[in-house]
Design a protein around this ligand. Structure first.
Ligand code: SF4
Length: 169
């Protein structure tokens, strides 16, 4: 464990920082360190704000979200740390998005009525590469019972939504 986040005298805990740890290529971390925070995946930032909401509901104070990027290659001293104010709106919007999809699935009686899968919008981004349902080349580029063609466009709708919410950029 590189940082004792559970320690009572921990600098980060006492300052009401909520930390998440991620890894990234050393050259990407170097660019982030030089100021290109557009390289920080939006999903990591949203994840931090959701953790923040969970911690607040558990009775803890959260002032800032802190993303610690550890180099996959190179020295740990070359880590990059990004901090931004906790914003509950971002967490609420992300959760709302998830529950909207669940409601839509219930309306369409999925997964039982497999013919309705194409009516579920595919609306993600680079994270599709890691999704267990990702299956490029489905019929008409629509989701079906075998998987989802995803959306690997780096300028994903999720990123556009976050800009509209005005919380991060
Ligand atoms: S592959 Fe489909 S289901 Fe998976 S994250 Fe991408 S859009 Fe969502």
């Amino acid at each position: 464990m590189c940082i004792a986040v559970e320690a009572e005298d921990n600098l980060y805990v006492t300052k009401n920082f909520l930390l998440t740890h991620n890894s990234a290529a050393a050259d990407k971390i170097k660019k982030m360190s030089l100021g290109d925070i557009s390289l920080i995946p939006m999903s990591y930032r949203v994840q931090g704000h959701i953790y923040g909401l969970g911690n607040i509901r558990a009775g803890r104070r959260v002032r800032d979200i802190v993303l610690v990027f550890l180099p996959r290659n190179g020295l740990i001293t070359n880590m990059f740390i990004h901090r931004e104010p906790y914003n509950e709106l971002i967490a609420f919007k992300a959760l709302d998005r998830m529950y909207t999809i669940v409601d839509r699935m219930n309306e369409l009686q999925l997964p039982e009525r497999a013919a309705n899968w194409p009516q579920i919008a595919k609306d993600a981004g680079p994270g599709c590469w890691y999704c267990p349902f990702f299956k490029p080349g489905t019929k008409d580029d629509l989701p079906d019972a075998t998987g989802c063609p995803g959306n690997t466009d780096a300028n994903s709708n999720m990123e556009k939504s976050l800009k509209e919410w005005g919380g991060l950029l």
